[in-house]
Design a protein around this ligand. Structure first.
Ligand SMILES: *Cc1c(COP(=O)(O)O)cnc(C)c1O
Length: 370
């Protein structure tokens, strides 16, 4: 048995040819950040998600940071976000001079709880960053309504949610700004990379300036920016990966359904449920151990890892419990704490075969003595 990682890039000859073509052309980047491959990737990505604009950057973290600069976040402005997410979501807020305020999640979906958002809004609140965790969309109608009531921006962290849908609409065209990541393990990859989508012309124009030193034209910055250019080589890989994405998601969905059918009789586990009005992108297949067996998670992880299964706990340390971020404000985080102690993700990426799914489930059952 070869080790089955929890996620793995799926790259082939077409990506290799696309890279070779860029290298042969000698046009590896553009001083504006928008070379021909980048522009093609942006157009195709915008059209895929159903947004007016897409702005390519060199990481998801850069995309989040640029988005917060684009909404003119001021020093001390609060941004509401979950603690149950990857560090970069909070990091971008601090980089932009803001204050992350950690909000609890729903235990059914692991995404930010709209009622908790409402409870934690204050004069200082400027934006909300819902995170479509594991590839499942947040409750966007409720979140957009709250944002409208209070004049807040919504920046969706869709780093794990390429191809996910909410009420028949792809994630990427709902909030004011949506940020995707193309890091190696994500549903589609360029190695490192990111994309911001928006329907707002002004925000798109600002993002393009921020991506290239705040310049409105060469050597004429009108705001603070950065070098967030995506190189042409990466855009060329992205164009191929985007074309293959629906096939990737399809395979992930099939593996997830298969896994759920095999694990449904394991009483010790709570399986992931997809609300009817959402389409999951299945970045991770995440189960939760029932309260009475939650303390066995470490043993289960170890057992699966020893059996060549790359099961992992995302996120066993919520951000507010890390040394650097513990000083920031928060609402109640009971569900976050509970989830962080009891979740576990199993491999379902497109290179996982039906046999692998059967093997993984047989080991989970063996652990619980079935
Ligand atoms: C991966 C990820 C990011 C960061 O993306 P990078 O491209 O690695 O910078 C941000 N948020 C979430 C939820 C992620 O999973």
């Amino acid at each position: 048995m070869v080790f089955i990682p929890v996620n793995k890039p799926f790259l082939g000859e077409e990506e290799i040819d696309a890279v070779a073509e860029v290298l042969r052309s000698g046009y590896v980047t553009d001083k504006s950040g928008a070379g021909p491959k980048v522009r093609e990737f942006e157009e195709k990505f915008a059209s895929f998600v159903g947004a007016k604009h897409a702005v390519a950057v060199n990481s998801g973290t850069a995309g989040l940071h640029a988005s917060l600069l684009a909404i003119d976040l001021k020093h001390g402005d609060e941004v509401l976000l979950p603690s149950f997410t990857f560090l970069a979501t909070a990091e971008a807020v601090v980089l932009a001079g803001g204050v992350p305020k950690f909000i609890d999640i729903s235990l059914e979906t692991y995404t930010i709880d709209p009622d908790e958002i409402r409870r934690n809004i204050s004069e200082k609140t400027k934006a909300i960053i819902p995170v479509h965790l594991y590839g499942l969309p947040c409750e966007m109608d409720a979140i957009m309504e709250i944002a409208e009531d209070h004049g807040l921006y919504v920046i969706e962290d869709a780093a794990q949610a390429h191809g996910a849908e909410y009420k028949g609409k792809r994630i990427g065209g709902i909030g004011h700004l949506t940020v995707f990541s193309f890091y190696a393990t994500k549903n589609m990859t360029t190695g490192e990379g990111g994309m911001i989508t928006t329907n707002d012309d002004e925000l798109a124009e600002k993002l393009r300036m921020i991506r290239t030193h705040g310049e409105i034209e060469p050597y004429k910055p009108i705001m603070l920016g950065h070098n967030y250019h995506m190189p042409e080589i990466l855009a060329a890989i992205g164009i191929v990966q985007l074309k293959r994405l629906p096939e990737f998601i399809d395979k992930r969905s099939k593996n997830a359904a298969h896994m759920s059918s095999l694990l449904k009789e394991v009483d010790q586990l709570i399986l992931p449920e997809v609300p009817k009005h959402m389409k999951h992108a299945w970045y991770l297949y995440t189960v939760r151990l029932q309260d009475n067996v939650a303390e066995k998670r470490g043993k289960l992880l170890k057992f699966l890892n020893e059996n060549e299964i790359g099961a992992a706990a995302y996120y066993s340390t919520p951000i507010h419990k890390t040394p650097f971020y513990s000083k920031y404000p928060r609402g109640k985080l009971d569900n976050t704490m509970k989830a962080s102690k009891s979740v576990l993700s199993l491999p379902i990426h497109p290179l996982v075969t039906e046999k692998d799914v059967e093997y993984i489930c047989s080991k989970v059952k063996a652990f619980f003595g079935e």
